[in-house]
Design a protein around this ligand. Structure first.
Ligand code: PMP
Length: 432
Protein backbone atom coordinates (compact mmCIF):
# COMPACT_ATOMS: atom_id res chain seq x y z
CA UNK A 1 0.00 0.00 0.00
CA UNK A 2 1.34 3.46 -0.85
CA UNK A 3 0.68 6.68 0.98
CA UNK A 4 -1.41 8.76 -1.42
CA UNK A 5 -2.10 11.63 0.96
CA UNK A 6 0.63 13.96 -0.30
CA UNK A 7 0.04 13.31 -4.00
CA UNK A 8 -1.94 15.59 -6.25
CA UNK A 9 -5.10 14.22 -7.81
CA UNK A 10 -3.41 13.71 -11.18
CA UNK A 11 -0.45 11.96 -9.54
CA UNK A 12 -2.83 9.55 -7.82
CA UNK A 13 -4.54 8.95 -11.15
CA UNK A 14 -1.21 8.31 -12.84
CA UNK A 15 0.04 5.93 -10.18
CA UNK A 16 -3.09 3.89 -9.54
CA UNK A 17 -5.65 4.02 -12.33
CA UNK A 18 -5.86 2.28 -15.66
CA UNK A 19 -7.54 4.31 -18.39
CA UNK A 20 -8.84 2.62 -21.59
CA UNK A 21 -6.01 1.03 -23.53
CA UNK A 22 -3.38 2.70 -21.39
CA UNK A 23 -0.45 1.98 -19.10
CA UNK A 24 -0.31 2.88 -15.43
CA UNK A 25 2.37 5.48 -14.82
CA UNK A 26 2.66 6.44 -18.49
CA UNK A 27 3.84 10.00 -19.05
CA UNK A 28 0.85 10.84 -21.31
CA UNK A 29 -0.98 13.90 -20.20
CA UNK A 30 -4.43 13.24 -18.85
CA UNK A 31 -7.06 15.96 -18.61
CA UNK A 32 -9.06 16.41 -15.43
CA UNK A 33 -12.74 17.18 -16.09
CA UNK A 34 -14.63 19.12 -13.45
CA UNK A 35 -18.05 19.35 -15.06
CA UNK A 36 -19.79 19.22 -18.41
CA UNK A 37 -22.71 21.14 -19.82
CA UNK A 38 -24.35 20.89 -23.25
CA UNK A 39 -21.48 20.23 -25.67
CA UNK A 40 -18.77 21.67 -23.41
CA UNK A 41 -16.36 19.90 -21.08
CA UNK A 42 -14.94 22.11 -18.33
CA UNK A 43 -11.52 21.12 -17.04
CA UNK A 44 -10.28 21.69 -13.49
CA UNK A 45 -8.02 24.53 -14.65
CA UNK A 46 -11.04 26.33 -16.16
CA UNK A 47 -10.32 25.36 -19.79
CA UNK A 48 -13.49 24.80 -21.80
CA UNK A 49 -13.51 22.26 -24.63
CA UNK A 50 -16.11 21.68 -27.34
CA UNK A 51 -16.68 17.93 -27.21
CA UNK A 52 -16.46 16.27 -30.62
CA UNK A 53 -16.62 12.73 -29.25
CA UNK A 54 -19.93 12.69 -27.34
CA UNK A 55 -18.06 10.42 -24.92
CA UNK A 56 -17.61 7.74 -27.59
CA UNK A 57 -20.94 8.03 -29.41
CA UNK A 58 -23.11 8.09 -26.32
CA UNK A 59 -23.92 11.64 -25.14
CA UNK A 60 -26.39 12.44 -27.92
CA UNK A 61 -28.41 15.09 -26.01
CA UNK A 62 -25.40 16.84 -24.50
CA UNK A 63 -24.20 16.79 -20.90
CA UNK A 64 -26.20 17.63 -17.80
CA UNK A 65 -29.55 17.43 -19.55
CA UNK A 66 -32.42 18.55 -17.28
CA UNK A 67 -34.89 15.88 -18.46
CA UNK A 68 -32.42 13.04 -18.04
CA UNK A 69 -31.23 14.40 -14.70
CA UNK A 70 -34.82 14.53 -13.51
CA UNK A 71 -35.57 10.96 -14.65
CA UNK A 72 -32.52 9.69 -12.80
CA UNK A 73 -33.28 11.57 -9.59
CA UNK A 74 -36.93 10.50 -9.59
CA UNK A 75 -35.96 6.84 -10.02
CA UNK A 76 -33.29 7.16 -7.33
CA UNK A 77 -35.95 8.25 -4.85
CA UNK A 78 -38.03 5.16 -5.66
CA UNK A 79 -35.38 2.44 -5.97
CA UNK A 80 -31.87 2.43 -7.41
CA UNK A 81 -31.60 -1.27 -7.94
CA UNK A 82 -33.34 -4.54 -7.39
CA UNK A 83 -32.37 -7.99 -8.64
CA UNK A 84 -34.08 -8.95 -11.90
CA UNK A 85 -34.38 -12.66 -11.11
CA UNK A 86 -38.04 -13.20 -10.16
CA UNK A 87 -38.69 -9.44 -9.88
CA UNK A 88 -39.53 -6.76 -12.41
CA UNK A 89 -40.13 -2.99 -12.46
CA UNK A 90 -41.69 -0.20 -14.52
CA UNK A 91 -38.47 1.25 -16.01
CA UNK A 92 -37.56 -2.12 -17.57
CA UNK A 93 -41.12 -2.81 -18.72
CA UNK A 94 -41.61 0.61 -20.29
CA UNK A 95 -38.16 0.66 -21.88
CA UNK A 96 -38.59 -2.80 -23.41
CA UNK A 97 -42.00 -1.78 -24.80
CA UNK A 98 -40.50 1.32 -26.39
CA UNK A 99 -37.50 -0.54 -27.84
CA UNK A 100 -39.80 -3.16 -29.37
CA UNK A 101 -41.96 -0.38 -30.84
CA UNK A 102 -39.14 1.56 -32.47
CA UNK A 103 -36.86 -1.27 -33.63
CA UNK A 104 -37.59 -3.36 -36.76
CA UNK A 105 -40.99 -5.01 -36.46
CA UNK A 106 -39.99 -8.65 -36.02
CA UNK A 107 -37.78 -7.94 -32.98
CA UNK A 108 -39.91 -8.59 -29.93
CA UNK A 109 -37.78 -10.06 -27.14
CA UNK A 110 -35.34 -7.91 -25.13
CA UNK A 111 -32.39 -8.95 -22.96
CA UNK A 112 -30.88 -6.10 -20.92
CA UNK A 113 -27.09 -6.35 -20.64
CA UNK A 114 -24.54 -4.35 -18.67
CA UNK A 115 -22.43 -3.05 -21.55
CA UNK A 116 -22.02 -3.22 -25.30
CA UNK A 117 -19.50 -6.05 -25.10
CA UNK A 118 -21.84 -8.08 -22.93
CA UNK A 119 -24.73 -7.42 -25.35
CA UNK A 120 -22.54 -8.96 -28.07
CA UNK A 121 -21.71 -11.96 -25.85
CA UNK A 122 -25.43 -12.38 -25.20
CA UNK A 123 -26.23 -12.19 -28.93
CA UNK A 124 -23.63 -14.89 -29.65
CA UNK A 125 -24.96 -17.13 -26.87
CA UNK A 126 -28.51 -16.64 -28.17
CA UNK A 127 -27.46 -17.74 -31.66
CA UNK A 128 -25.67 -20.83 -30.33
CA UNK A 129 -28.54 -21.77 -28.03
CA UNK A 130 -31.06 -21.30 -30.85
CA UNK A 131 -29.23 -23.79 -33.08
CA UNK A 132 -28.72 -26.17 -30.20
CA UNK A 133 -32.48 -26.20 -29.71
CA UNK A 134 -32.98 -26.69 -33.45
CA UNK A 135 -30.98 -29.91 -33.17
CA UNK A 136 -27.82 -28.38 -34.71
CA UNK A 137 -25.38 -28.20 -31.80
CA UNK A 138 -22.35 -28.05 -34.14
CA UNK A 139 -23.28 -24.49 -35.15
CA UNK A 140 -21.08 -22.68 -32.64
CA UNK A 141 -18.86 -20.45 -34.78
CA UNK A 142 -19.35 -17.02 -36.34
CA UNK A 143 -18.59 -15.29 -39.60
CA UNK A 144 -17.38 -11.75 -39.07
CA UNK A 145 -15.94 -8.94 -41.20
CA UNK A 146 -12.35 -7.77 -41.25
CA UNK A 147 -12.13 -4.26 -39.79
CA UNK A 148 -15.03 -5.15 -37.51
CA UNK A 149 -15.07 -4.23 -33.84
CA UNK A 150 -17.48 -5.69 -31.28
CA UNK A 151 -15.99 -5.18 -27.82
CA UNK A 152 -13.31 -6.26 -25.39
CA UNK A 153 -14.68 -9.36 -23.64
CA UNK A 154 -13.57 -12.77 -24.90
CA UNK A 155 -16.34 -13.81 -27.28
CA UNK A 156 -16.68 -10.23 -28.52
CA UNK A 157 -12.90 -10.09 -29.09
CA UNK A 158 -13.07 -13.30 -31.12
CA UNK A 159 -15.24 -11.58 -33.75
CA UNK A 160 -13.14 -8.39 -33.90
CA UNK A 161 -10.65 -8.01 -36.75
CA UNK A 162 -7.88 -10.43 -35.72
CA UNK A 163 -5.10 -8.06 -36.80
CA UNK A 164 -6.24 -4.50 -36.12
CA UNK A 165 -8.77 -5.50 -33.45
CA UNK A 166 -6.29 -4.65 -30.69
CA UNK A 167 -6.64 -8.18 -29.33
CA UNK A 168 -3.93 -10.14 -31.14
CA UNK A 169 -2.22 -10.78 -27.79
CA UNK A 170 -5.01 -13.18 -26.86
CA UNK A 171 -5.24 -14.97 -30.17
CA UNK A 172 -4.33 -18.39 -28.75
CA UNK A 173 -7.16 -18.22 -26.23
CA UNK A 174 -9.81 -16.81 -28.53
CA UNK A 175 -12.19 -19.05 -30.43
CA UNK A 176 -11.16 -19.09 -34.08
CA UNK A 177 -13.93 -17.51 -36.10
CA UNK A 178 -14.29 -17.13 -39.87
CA UNK A 179 -13.49 -13.75 -41.41
CA UNK A 180 -14.42 -12.19 -44.73
CA UNK A 181 -12.81 -9.05 -46.17
CA UNK A 182 -14.40 -5.76 -45.16
CA UNK A 183 -17.03 -4.66 -47.69
CA UNK A 184 -15.64 -2.47 -50.46
CA UNK A 185 -19.03 -1.43 -51.89
CA UNK A 186 -19.59 2.24 -51.10
CA UNK A 187 -22.74 3.72 -49.52
CA UNK A 188 -25.38 4.38 -52.16
CA UNK A 189 -23.81 1.86 -54.57
CA UNK A 190 -24.95 -1.67 -55.35
CA UNK A 191 -23.07 -4.47 -53.61
CA UNK A 192 -20.23 -5.48 -55.93
CA UNK A 193 -19.46 -9.05 -57.03
CA UNK A 194 -16.26 -9.21 -55.00
CA UNK A 195 -18.11 -8.52 -51.74
CA UNK A 196 -20.94 -10.93 -52.63
CA UNK A 197 -18.57 -13.73 -53.56
CA UNK A 198 -16.45 -13.35 -50.41
CA UNK A 199 -19.50 -13.76 -48.20
CA UNK A 200 -20.91 -16.59 -50.30
CA UNK A 201 -17.61 -18.48 -50.23
CA UNK A 202 -17.38 -18.22 -46.43
CA UNK A 203 -20.91 -19.54 -46.09
CA UNK A 204 -20.37 -22.33 -48.60
CA UNK A 205 -17.30 -23.48 -46.69
CA UNK A 206 -18.48 -23.01 -43.12
CA UNK A 207 -22.27 -22.84 -42.86
CA UNK A 208 -22.52 -26.16 -41.07
CA UNK A 209 -20.38 -24.85 -38.20
CA UNK A 210 -21.72 -21.30 -38.27
CA UNK A 211 -24.37 -19.97 -35.90
CA UNK A 212 -24.48 -16.43 -37.27
CA UNK A 213 -22.89 -13.71 -39.33
CA UNK A 214 -22.13 -10.66 -37.21
CA UNK A 215 -21.50 -7.13 -38.51
CA UNK A 216 -21.80 -3.44 -37.70
CA UNK A 217 -24.28 -2.26 -40.34
CA UNK A 218 -23.24 0.63 -42.64
CA UNK A 219 -20.43 1.92 -40.38
CA UNK A 220 -17.49 -0.12 -39.12
CA UNK A 221 -16.46 1.94 -36.10
CA UNK A 222 -13.39 1.30 -33.97
CA UNK A 223 -11.96 -1.07 -36.61
CA UNK A 224 -11.42 1.71 -39.16
CA UNK A 225 -14.38 4.15 -39.32
CA UNK A 226 -15.34 2.70 -42.70
CA UNK A 227 -18.71 3.35 -44.39
CA UNK A 228 -20.17 0.73 -46.73
CA UNK A 229 -23.12 -0.02 -48.96
CA UNK A 230 -26.58 -0.69 -47.55
CA UNK A 231 -27.01 -3.18 -50.37
CA UNK A 232 -24.31 -5.34 -48.70
CA UNK A 233 -26.73 -5.78 -45.80
CA UNK A 234 -29.47 -7.00 -48.15
CA UNK A 235 -27.00 -9.44 -49.65
CA UNK A 236 -25.98 -10.67 -46.19
CA UNK A 237 -29.65 -11.19 -45.26
CA UNK A 238 -30.28 -13.18 -48.45
CA UNK A 239 -27.19 -15.34 -48.05
CA UNK A 240 -27.79 -15.95 -44.32
CA UNK A 241 -31.27 -17.25 -45.15
CA UNK A 242 -30.02 -19.33 -48.07
CA UNK A 243 -27.36 -21.06 -45.96
CA UNK A 244 -29.34 -21.35 -42.71
CA UNK A 245 -27.33 -19.04 -40.43
CA UNK A 246 -28.59 -16.15 -38.29
CA UNK A 247 -27.74 -12.51 -38.89
CA UNK A 248 -26.59 -10.34 -35.97
CA UNK A 249 -26.36 -6.56 -36.35
CA UNK A 250 -24.20 -4.78 -33.80
CA UNK A 251 -25.73 -1.29 -33.67
CA UNK A 252 -24.05 -0.37 -30.40
CA UNK A 253 -22.36 2.59 -32.12
CA UNK A 254 -24.84 3.28 -34.95
CA UNK A 255 -28.12 2.98 -33.03
CA UNK A 256 -30.36 5.88 -32.00
CA UNK A 257 -29.92 8.14 -35.01
CA UNK A 258 -26.17 8.47 -35.48
CA UNK A 259 -26.18 7.55 -39.20
CA UNK A 260 -29.25 9.67 -39.98
CA UNK A 261 -31.73 6.79 -39.53
CA UNK A 262 -32.91 5.67 -36.11
CA UNK A 263 -31.11 2.36 -36.72
CA UNK A 264 -28.53 1.87 -39.47
CA UNK A 265 -30.31 -1.27 -40.73
CA UNK A 266 -33.15 1.03 -41.85
CA UNK A 267 -30.91 2.32 -44.66
CA UNK A 268 -31.32 -1.13 -46.19
CA UNK A 269 -34.73 -2.04 -44.75
CA UNK A 270 -33.17 -5.24 -43.50
CA UNK A 271 -34.12 -6.83 -40.20
CA UNK A 272 -31.49 -8.89 -38.41
CA UNK A 273 -32.37 -11.93 -36.31
CA UNK A 274 -30.55 -10.37 -33.37
CA UNK A 275 -29.82 -6.67 -32.76
CA UNK A 276 -27.34 -5.26 -30.20
CA UNK A 277 -27.90 -1.75 -28.81
CA UNK A 278 -25.88 0.24 -26.28
CA UNK A 279 -23.90 3.49 -25.91
CA UNK A 280 -26.50 6.21 -26.76
CA UNK A 281 -29.32 4.17 -25.23
CA UNK A 282 -28.94 6.08 -21.91
CA UNK A 283 -27.89 9.34 -23.58
CA UNK A 284 -24.44 8.57 -22.20
CA UNK A 285 -25.53 8.72 -18.56
CA UNK A 286 -24.55 5.23 -17.52
CA UNK A 287 -23.84 1.80 -18.85
CA UNK A 288 -26.71 -0.21 -20.30
CA UNK A 289 -27.15 -2.27 -23.43
CA UNK A 290 -29.84 -4.44 -24.92
CA UNK A 291 -29.96 -7.47 -27.18
CA UNK A 292 -33.20 -7.84 -29.12
CA UNK A 293 -34.39 -10.88 -31.02
CA UNK A 294 -37.42 -12.33 -32.78
CA UNK A 295 -40.32 -14.19 -31.23
CA UNK A 296 -39.27 -17.26 -33.22
CA UNK A 297 -35.80 -17.31 -31.65
CA UNK A 298 -37.03 -16.57 -28.12
CA UNK A 299 -39.74 -19.26 -28.46
CA UNK A 300 -37.22 -21.79 -29.74
CA UNK A 301 -34.90 -21.12 -26.79
CA UNK A 302 -37.80 -21.13 -24.31
CA UNK A 303 -39.16 -24.45 -25.55
CA UNK A 304 -35.75 -26.10 -25.92
CA UNK A 305 -33.46 -27.75 -23.45
CA UNK A 306 -32.77 -26.38 -20.79
CA UNK A 307 -35.71 -24.14 -21.80
CA UNK A 308 -34.17 -20.97 -20.39
CA UNK A 309 -31.69 -18.51 -21.81
CA UNK A 310 -28.40 -19.03 -20.00
CA UNK A 311 -27.41 -15.53 -18.90
CA UNK A 312 -28.36 -13.32 -15.95
CA UNK A 313 -26.01 -10.69 -14.53
CA UNK A 314 -26.38 -9.11 -11.08
CA UNK A 315 -27.16 -5.65 -12.38
CA UNK A 316 -29.41 -6.78 -15.22
CA UNK A 317 -31.97 -4.09 -16.15
CA UNK A 318 -30.70 -1.74 -13.45
CA UNK A 319 -33.69 0.57 -12.75
CA UNK A 320 -31.64 3.78 -12.78
CA UNK A 321 -30.15 2.88 -16.16
CA UNK A 322 -33.53 1.83 -17.57
CA UNK A 323 -35.24 5.01 -16.28
CA UNK A 324 -32.64 7.29 -17.82
CA UNK A 325 -32.67 5.25 -21.05
CA UNK A 326 -36.44 5.58 -21.26
CA UNK A 327 -36.12 9.36 -20.80
CA UNK A 328 -33.29 9.52 -23.35
CA UNK A 329 -35.08 7.57 -26.07
CA UNK A 330 -38.27 9.61 -25.55
CA UNK A 331 -36.22 12.81 -25.63
CA UNK A 332 -34.72 11.70 -28.94
CA UNK A 333 -38.07 10.79 -30.49
CA UNK A 334 -39.60 14.09 -29.35
CA UNK A 335 -36.73 16.12 -30.81
CA UNK A 336 -36.19 17.13 -34.47
CA UNK A 337 -33.35 14.60 -34.54
CA UNK A 338 -33.54 13.87 -38.28
CA UNK A 339 -33.16 17.56 -39.14
CA UNK A 340 -30.36 17.91 -36.61
CA UNK A 341 -28.46 14.97 -38.04
CA UNK A 342 -28.95 16.24 -41.60
CA UNK A 343 -27.62 19.63 -40.52
CA UNK A 344 -24.62 18.10 -38.71
CA UNK A 345 -23.86 16.09 -41.84
CA UNK A 346 -23.93 19.23 -43.99
CA UNK A 347 -21.82 21.23 -41.55
CA UNK A 348 -19.25 18.46 -41.11
CA UNK A 349 -18.97 18.09 -44.90
CA UNK A 350 -18.46 21.83 -45.30
CA UNK A 351 -16.18 22.21 -42.31
CA UNK A 352 -13.94 19.18 -42.90
CA UNK A 353 -13.65 19.44 -46.70
CA UNK A 354 -10.62 21.83 -46.53
CA UNK A 355 -8.76 18.98 -44.76
CA UNK A 356 -8.92 16.96 -48.00
CA UNK A 357 -6.44 19.42 -49.56
CA UNK A 358 -3.78 18.83 -46.90
CA UNK A 359 -0.84 16.67 -47.97
CA UNK A 360 -1.09 14.40 -44.95
CA UNK A 361 -4.79 13.59 -45.56
CA UNK A 362 -5.83 10.51 -47.48
CA UNK A 363 -9.62 10.92 -47.33
CA UNK A 364 -12.37 12.93 -45.67
CA UNK A 365 -15.72 11.17 -45.26
CA UNK A 366 -18.93 12.12 -43.52
CA UNK A 367 -22.08 10.14 -42.86
CA UNK A 368 -24.89 11.45 -40.66
CA UNK A 369 -23.33 12.66 -37.43
CA UNK A 370 -19.94 11.05 -38.09
CA UNK A 371 -17.00 12.94 -39.58
CA UNK A 372 -13.71 11.20 -40.39
CA UNK A 373 -10.38 12.57 -41.59
CA UNK A 374 -8.15 9.66 -42.53
CA UNK A 375 -4.46 10.49 -42.65
CA UNK A 376 -1.71 8.63 -44.48
CA UNK A 377 0.23 8.01 -41.27
CA UNK A 378 -0.72 7.23 -37.72
CA UNK A 379 -0.60 10.18 -35.35
CA UNK A 380 1.28 10.37 -32.10
CA UNK A 381 -1.76 10.50 -29.88
CA UNK A 382 -0.02 11.88 -26.78
CA UNK A 383 1.21 14.79 -28.81
CA UNK A 384 -1.78 15.56 -31.00
CA UNK A 385 -4.24 15.32 -28.11
CA UNK A 386 -2.65 18.33 -26.40
CA UNK A 387 -2.85 20.31 -29.60
CA UNK A 388 -6.58 19.78 -29.87
CA UNK A 389 -6.97 20.92 -26.27
CA UNK A 390 -4.94 24.04 -27.07
CA UNK A 391 -7.48 24.73 -29.82
CA UNK A 392 -10.37 24.37 -27.35
CA UNK A 393 -11.81 21.07 -28.61
CA UNK A 394 -11.94 17.50 -27.39
CA UNK A 395 -11.01 15.14 -30.22
CA UNK A 396 -9.34 11.80 -29.57
CA UNK A 397 -7.86 10.24 -32.71
CA UNK A 398 -6.63 6.70 -33.04
CA UNK A 399 -4.09 5.45 -35.56
CA UNK A 400 -4.56 7.31 -38.81
CA UNK A 401 -8.07 8.42 -37.94
CA UNK A 402 -9.13 11.81 -36.67
CA UNK A 403 -12.87 11.51 -36.20
CA UNK A 404 -15.80 13.16 -34.49
CA UNK A 405 -19.37 12.22 -33.61
CA UNK A 406 -20.74 15.29 -31.78
CA UNK A 407 -23.82 15.45 -29.56
CA UNK A 408 -26.90 16.00 -31.75
CA UNK A 409 -27.56 19.36 -30.08
CA UNK A 410 -24.27 20.91 -31.20
CA UNK A 411 -24.77 24.44 -32.61
CA UNK A 412 -23.55 25.52 -36.04
CA UNK A 413 -21.04 27.79 -34.37
CA UNK A 414 -19.61 24.97 -32.25
CA UNK A 415 -19.50 22.65 -35.28
CA UNK A 416 -17.61 25.29 -37.24
CA UNK A 417 -15.08 25.75 -34.40
CA UNK A 418 -14.65 21.99 -34.09
CA UNK A 419 -13.93 21.60 -37.81
CA UNK A 420 -11.60 24.63 -37.91
CA UNK A 421 -9.65 23.21 -34.97
CA UNK A 422 -9.30 19.83 -36.71
CA UNK A 423 -8.05 21.52 -39.89
CA UNK A 424 -5.63 23.71 -37.96
CA UNK A 425 -4.17 20.87 -35.89
CA UNK A 426 -3.74 18.48 -38.82
CA UNK A 427 -2.20 21.20 -41.00
CA UNK A 428 0.37 22.23 -38.39
CA UNK A 429 0.90 18.82 -36.81
CA UNK A 430 2.49 17.48 -39.94
CA UNK A 431 4.64 20.54 -40.51
CA UNK A 432 6.77 19.88 -37.44
N1 PMP B 1 -19.75 -2.93 -30.52
C1 PMP B 1 -19.42 -1.78 -31.12
C2 PMP B 1 -19.80 -1.57 -32.56
C3 PMP B 1 -18.72 -0.79 -30.41
O1 PMP B 1 -18.38 0.35 -31.03
C4 PMP B 1 -18.40 -1.03 -29.06
C5 PMP B 1 -17.66 0.01 -28.22
N2 PMP B 1 -16.75 0.79 -28.85
C6 PMP B 1 -18.78 -2.23 -28.46
C7 PMP B 1 -19.45 -3.15 -29.22
C8 PMP B 1 -18.46 -2.52 -27.03
O2 PMP B 1 -19.25 -1.75 -26.19
P1 PMP B 1 -18.77 -1.44 -24.68
O3 PMP B 1 -17.58 -0.59 -24.78
O4 PMP B 1 -19.97 -0.75 -24.07
O5 PMP B 1 -18.52 -2.76 -24.04
Amino acid sequence: MSDSTTLTALEIDRQHIWHPYSAIGAPHKIFHVESAQGCTLKLKDGTKLIDGMASWWSVIHGYNHPTLNEALKAQCDKMSHVMFGGLTHDPAIELSKLLVEISPQELEAVFFADSGSVAVEVAMKMAIQYWHDQGKPKKQRFISLLNGYHGDTFAAMSVCDPINGMHSLFSETLTKQFFVPAPTSKPGEACNEHDKQALRAALENHHQDTAAIIMEPIVQGAGGMRFYSESYLREARKLADEFGVLLIFDEIATGFGRTGKLFACEHAEVTPDILCLGKAITGGYMTLAATLTTRHISDTISSGNPGVFMHGPTFMANPLACAVALASVKQLLNSPWEDRLANIETKLKQGLSPCAKLDSVNEVRVLGGIGVVELYEAVNMAEIQGRFVEQGVWVRPFGKLVYVMPPYIMSDDELAKLCQAIHHVIKHYHQV
